[in-house]
Design a protein around this ligand. Structure first.
Ligand code: FRU
Length: 482
């Protein structure tokens, strides 16, 4: 398919049914669809959207271009879950049907208001000359899946930002509703604007200021900002595109980072006593992480395991992008921890002692504890030549190295095929989740995380252990026959 701009932005109802069915059928033949991660069966999935709790269920939408593995006319595809582990698509999607979203229903958030789920999103519009206008829009998602748009624009594009102004996140603080929106100022620097719902009415928003968070003003755009409260501490998650690598070293095309503060002060619109910028994930592709404070008092997050402006081997099968597992955010000793929700353990079956294996299902979890001073290597997704994803955990030298140089079909190699992080030389617990074409490595139950994609050839699925003995367990993950 030759992806002209016209094709990418063709209204959904103008797609030829036979062409779409062909594409869907071809997508089904892909060997790289994960079994227990949210993913698009066809087309391109990017940001998590509207992650929330409503009507006794968790709701997760995702940015979706359903017609191919490219960024085109976006909608929100809807899924629900009872346990934050298994998500089911409902077909109640939010498609670009309104006048202020002709070129895409872009990212945003959701929150229960009375007996409806309020959806706060960005409408993207292009004119004949392809100039962009953005609108922050809203609507109510009903219990029966109907979506009713509000007819008016909730936040207009302010005069002091460019057309890069999007991704409203709604949150509550001290009984009041606020929203933050990511943007680019007229000097082409990334910033975040803060709004307050007047009398807590989500249909009426008042600008209260630019968020003060010790912005270094080296990024050119802040995509997908989220403010959540973990043990009362404000945690700001965001994607500062173009951030100067002297501020924080990163290898991915765009970083997804966070800062922890002491308090959020709406009076002067600031996060006070804020930390340095930190990596949310040390792996190859994590972006647009969305988190929310759930009614059960927990903070849940989920990330797009993919990056903008990138291509993936699965594109040949018309699908791109998966979600991470849902992670719970906590703070211990001043550090942010991210770890999959406990219900995930219910998918474990057939525990076996961890050992080298010629073949697995590529749907499994490993859990092991490494003693101080140890040096061990695991090769996962290993083929018969022993090539695969190499994970070296060298506690004696205080580091972990994740290397996909020899793993499956190469892609985006210009950003390097190795990622490293520092580890303390102390007993270390490692959990690794493998799902067909995705890996998630958690160190010390979420102190550090490495996430990435792998596109194994011919179902390469072995495990090779070397170095100091790795004592632990292997669990198959039940995949409900998917
Ligand atoms: C981030 C992003 C958002 C935007 C959406 C469009 O990946 O560019 O800023 O709303 O994707 O799909």
């Amino acid at each position: 398919m030759n992806w002209t701009t016209e094709k990418r932005y063709l209204p959904y109802d103008q797609w030829n049914e036979a062409v779409v069915n062909d594409m869907k059928q071809h997508a089904q033949t892909s060997p790289w669809h994960p079994k227990y991660h949210v993913h698009a069966k066809h087309g391109l999935l990017n940001d998590p959207n509207g992650f929330s709790y409503f009507n006794g269920e968790y709701h997760l939408f995702y940015q979706h271009f359903p017609f191919g593995a490219v960024h085109g006319l976006k909608s929100w595809t809807h899924t629900v879950s009872h346990d934050l582990v298994t998500f089911t698509e409902t077909g109640h999607n939010i498609t670009p049907d309104g006048p202020y979203e002709t070129h895409g229903v872009y990212s945003g958030s959701a929150r229960q208001i009375d007996d409806k789920l309020f959806i706060f999103y960005t409408g993207n519009v292009r004119d004949k000359n392809w100039n962009r206008q953005t609108y922050q829009l809203g609507g109510y998602f009903e219990k029966n899946g109907a979506f009713n748009r509000l007819p008016h624009i909730l936040i207009e594009q302010p005069d002091d930002v460019t057309e890069h102004f999007r991704d409203p996140q709604i949150f509550e603080y001290a009984g009041n509703l606020y929203s933050i929106v990511g943007g680019q100022d007229l000097n082409q620097k990334g910033m975040i604007k803060v709004y307050e719902a007047i009398h807590n009415d989500v249909e009426n928003w008042r600008f209260i200021g630019d968020l003060s968070f010790e912005n270094d003003y080296t990024a050119y755009m802040m995509e997908c900002p989220n403010l959540v409260f973990v043990n009362e501490h404000p945690v700001l998650l965001y994607c500062p595109q173009g951030l100067d690598k002297n501020v924080l070293e990163y290898r991915n095309i765009y970083p997804n980072l966070y800062k922890i503060g002491q308090t959020f002060n709406p009076e002067n619109v600031s996060i006070e006593n804020i930390s340095e910028l930190q990596q949310l994930d040390y792996g190859f592709e994590t972006y647009a992480t969305q988190a929310f404070n759930a009614p059960d008092g927990k903070v849940y997050s989920i990330s797009w395991v993919g990056l903008p402006d990138s291509t993936y081997p699965s594109d040949a099968y018309h699908h791109q992008g998966v979600m991470s597992l849902v992670k719970e955010l906590t703070i211990k000793d001043g550090k942010l921890y991210q770890y999959p929700v406990p219900a995930l353990a219910s998918l474990r079956t057939n525990p076996q002692p961890l050992k080298s294996m010629a073949q697995t299902t590529n749907n499994y979890e490993l859990e092991f504890v490494l003693p101080k001073d140890s040096h061990s290597t695991l090769t996962l997704f290993a083929n018969e030549n022993g090539d695969g994803l190499d994970i070296t955990i060298d506690l004696s030298n205080g580091c972990i190295r994740v290397d996909r140089t020899r793993a499956g079909v190469p892609f985006e190699t210009q950003f390097g095929t190795v990622r490293n992080a520092h580890l303390d030389n102390a007993e270390t617990t490692i959990n690794i989740f493998i799902d067909t074409s995705i890996f998630e490595i958690f160190i010390n139950k979420g102190e550090k995380v490495f996430t990435g994609r792998i596109f194994p050839n011919n179902n390469a699925s072995g495990i090779i252990l070397s170095g100091d003995a790795l004592n632990g367990q292997y669990f198959n993950i039940i995949t409900h026959g998917r």
